[in-house]
Design a protein around this ligand. Sequence first.
Ligand code: SF4
Length: 338
Amino acid sequence: MTAAPEQIDVLDEAREQVLERGVGLSEAQVLKVLELPDDRIPELLALAHEVRERWCGPEVEVEGIVSLKTGGCPEDCHFCSQSGQFPSPVRSAWLDVPGLVRAARQTRETGATEFCIVAAVRGPDKRLLSQVRDGIKAIREDGNDIQIACSLGMLTQEQVDELVAMGVHRYNHNLETARSHFPNVVTTHSWEERWDTLKMIRDAGMEVCCGGIIGMGESLAQRAEFAVQLAELEPDEVPLNFLIPNPGTPYENYPVVEGAEALRTVGAFRLALPRTILRFAGGRELTFGDLGAKQGMLGGINAIIVGNYLTNLGRPAQQDLEMLEELSMPIKALSQTL
Ligand code: SF4
């Protein structure tokens, strides 16, 4: 006799659907996972880890990130200390080409394979694009073979083509949150504008890196909505951030997502996105501490950023690399095909 649908346990369903067949959970299923009681978290994380090993393999991607242009952004993303619209302490600053080359070299020396050049802008202007072009050229002339990603805001088709011509292999542009919640977080541009940029990137053949931030006042249902909207995009990588309530931003008094809830979120996103690179991004020290970071790595995460995260100080690279060694997780090598 077949059990009534409400009697089927969501983790049993996930085992058959996600682990065996590689099909991500639906929105309703993700919500059920997000509502699991605390005592089922170890079971969830174990399954998420199995899914990650089965569909992505054991390797962990290590990435470095550098800010080419910091602060003074005209947009009003309420979580962001780089917005020029809030009185946060981040000052507007530019990094020069030699600084970029140094940062890329230091990143490569950690064993990282990805180097992401980030700018706090609505979208790039001519000056920014020529700085990126000069920077990439100088990094190559320095003999550095690291793969280069960019995160420069919303793009036009012409700019997408320029980045492809520069050899940028991956582009980061976050949807930040569920479509239904986005207007509460950003009013100066729309979720759809972000989506359009992501489509152009995908169509141009660049890898798509797209994630968001958990803990911005969204409901659990909206977290589930966000997970499946990301899955629909089929991103190569999803950076999962937990809100850092930065001083001066409208979210400065928001509570930090607590450990158990964060781990449930990591597990649920892995089950929604079985094949993607799921990256621990900003906020993990605050949310997890050291112990939780390890739990997350054993619960479906397979990429980390080493060093600083733009405006908030991350842990020293060595500490993360030691954690991977302790967990016997190999670091992904540079792709031979690029
Ligand atoms: S567009 Fe980016 S840099 Fe600008 S405020 Fe939003 S998140 Fe911050």
